[in-house]
Design a protein around this ligand. Structure first.
Ligand code: PEP
Ligand code: MG
Length: 595
């Protein structure tokens, strides 16, 4: 029987395929003692499970290496190492022999012990490493218990739609777009970092489906529409017909895109807008270029290291940054320094388990505390400034002192580069992401020390409204049209203009048609969006007049509620753009507005 579920469409595109449930939970182990004469059989069972797991991980590593390269394939090294670690093996065997436990239970005891130890230690292990341990826990247990092992998407013979409770950025970087054509999850939100990554990979995704893992079954036929946020299990003739119709629409849109990319991003009454692209991975630069980006407004560098077992060196970073600079020799390329923490935890960095990671050791705070992480990045960035208009951008800045400390580090690295005879542009620009109410309220002071501002609305909304950007239950409260957000956007824009520095917006709000209309009306003339959204936003920009946007923004600024903010914007847009075309995608962020 057909089942239709609606969630939040967070990454455009439609997909058809068979369902594959990504089951990364640890199976339950039943307590049972074994007879003394069977103890050695259990030991053998454990060793065989280890061998099989090793073979499996090695083949995954090889497949990843062929697809993405050796560096990316190292993602499997920590698990392979743990698998052969005497700390894991000896104790497990001891528990089997000494306590007459089954292989499954002995292994589980040992893993739980290690986990507890890692969580307690004074030099705590990183969350990613604990995730690795959990992954290994499930893999080996499933082998011992002879359960179907975890789905590894590289196995898939035909394209699959992946169904999971939720995902992580380190899982998402491993996705092979040839094997996975869509993702549907119970949880997740538009601004979760794994979702941002899915958009970069152009992978259609629907999140916040609530119980899709319960409803969907492996091998079922399914359709997923990432624009309207719908998943159809066991589609009937009727749904297939709708799907084919949508395919035709998408093909027509792809034809239209070819024309749009050649046009300027000017409003109808001639106001030029700098429409740039957000990048998460270096190879996206080519897509940004072919989709008509006027430079890069945000390059998230942490994906150079998420899921990897070691820090990328200065040379590797330099190459990654230079590659993007050279793709856009005539335009600005804004590269953000590592924004680790929050929901991105590189393996090689010892990050404490925190109860509030988004209010914790994140972004610039980590970088300033860890010069061995930060200095090579600054050097690589400085060297990249020799190849174009490369600008350095700092995430989550709260006060002037942080900027001054970065400036001092930059000065030292510039001197060292000069001594080493390595080229950089001494007039390079340093900008700040405005992502907290503190930064927005203190924008006047920050502007004295910054060459430009870029507003990160994903975090600004989260911190202003105290709404976790990853919490599906609160998604309806994550509202960028809240008057408190609109006023801060206005304040930052005004301060930047008065200080004579550029201000742009690189959060998801810029990719929302109504959001773009508001931002332009607030005199923010630079927007940066994920590359798949570039043509759509350019079309939107070209459809309205800046004067109308200003009038509507002025009314929105005086509005007492978000509902009225939205109403003024909708009225201002009039029939210049068809907002209904966006309704499915954006209802997430605009409660009760119908948009
Ligand atoms: C933001 O916070 O709006 C932003 C662009 O950065 P990120 O989504 O990577 O936190
Ligand atoms: Mg941010």
């Amino acid at each position: 029987m057909v089942t239709i579920r609606d969630g939040f469409g967070v990454s455009e595109g439609i997909a058809e395929g068979r369902i594959q449930v990504l089951n990364w939970e640890v199976p339950e182990v039943v307590h049972r003692r074994v007879e003394a004469d069977l103890v050695e059989t259990e030991v053998e069972l454990f060793q065989t499970a280890r061998d099989k797991t090793r073979v499996r991980l090695q083949s995954l590593k090889e497949a990843t290496s062929k697809r993405l390269g050796d560096t990316e394939a190292r993602i499997f090294d920590p698990q392979l190492m743990m698998l052969d670690d005497p700390e894991v093996i000896d104790r497990t065997v001891e528990y089997i022999r000494g306590n007459q436990l089954t292989a499954a239970q002995a292994f589980e005891w040992r893993i739980l012990e290690l986990r507890a130890m890692w969580e307690r230690t004074s030099q705590p292990m990183v969350l990613d490493r604990i995730n690795d341990l959990e992954d290994l826990h499930a893999r080996v247990l499933r082998r011992i218990m002879d359960l179907p092992f975890l789905f590894d998407h590289t196995d898939a013979e035909e394209p699959v739609i992946l169904v999971a409770k939720n995902l992580t950025p380190s899982l998402a970087v491993q996705f092979d777009p040839e094997k996975i054509v869509g993702v549907a999850t119970d949880q997740g939100t538009r601004t979760s970092h794994w979702v941002i990554l899915a958009r970069s990979l152009s992978l259609p995704a629907v999140v916040g489906l609530g119980d899709i893992t319960r409803l969907a079954q492996d091998g079922q036929e399914a359709i997923l529409d990432g624009r309207i946020g719908r998943v159809v299990l066991n589609p009937t003739e009727r749904e297939w017909k709708i799907f084919r119709g949508r395919e035709v629409q998408i093909r027509e849109w792809e034809e239209e895109i070819k024309e749009i990319v050649k046009l300027d991003a000017d409003t109808k009454d001639g106001q030029p807008i700098a429409l740039r692209a957000n990048l998460d991975l270096p190879w996206e630069a080519a897509h940004a270029k072919s989709h008509g980006a006027d430079g890069i407004g945000l390059y998230r560098t942490e994906f150079l290291m998420v899921g990897r077992s070691e820090l990328p060196g200065e040379e590797e970073q330099y190459e990654a940054y230079r590659h993007v600079a050279q793709t856009f020799p005539e335009s600005a390329v804004m590269i953000r320094t590592f924004d680790v923490g929050g929901d991105k935890f590189p393996m090689f960095l010892d990050m404490p388990r925190e109860s509030n990671p988004f209010l914790g050791w994140r972004a610039i705070r980590v970088c300033l505390d860890q010069p061995e992480l930060f200095r090579p990045q600054l050097r690589a960035l400085l060297r990249a400034t020799a190849h174009g208009d490369v600008r350095i951008m700092l995430p989550l800045v709260n006060d002037v002192d942080e900027v001054l400390r970065v400036r001092a580090l930059l000065k030292e690295e510039e001197d060292r580069l000069a001594e080493d005879g390595l080229a950089f542009n001494p007039g390079h620009k340093l900008g700040l992401l405005i992502e907290t109410p503190a930064a927005a309220l203190d924008a006047v002071e920050l502007a004295r020390h910054a060459d430009f501002f870029s507003i990160g609305t994903n975090d600004l909304v989260q911190y202003t409204l105290a709404v976790d950007r990853n919490n599906t239950r609160l998604a309806h409260l994550f509202n960028p049209f809240h008057p408190a957000v609109v006023r801060q956007l206005h304040q930052v824009s005004r301060v930047a203009r008065a200080a004579g520095i550029e201000v742009s917006v690189c959060g998801e709000l810029a990719a929302n048609p109504l959001g773009a209309f508001l931002l332009l009306g607030l005199n923010i003339h630079s927007l940066s969006v994920a590359w798949p959204s570039l043509p759509e936003i350019k079309k939107v920009i070209r459809a309205f007049r800046i004067e109308d946007a200003r009038t509507a923004a002025a009314k929105a600024l005086a509005a007492p509620t978000s509902r009225e903010v939205v109403a003024h914007l909708v009225e201002g847009v009039g029939d210049s753009i068809d907002l209904s075309a966006f309704s499915g995608r954006w209802s997430l962020n605009v409660p009760n507005s119908g948009v």
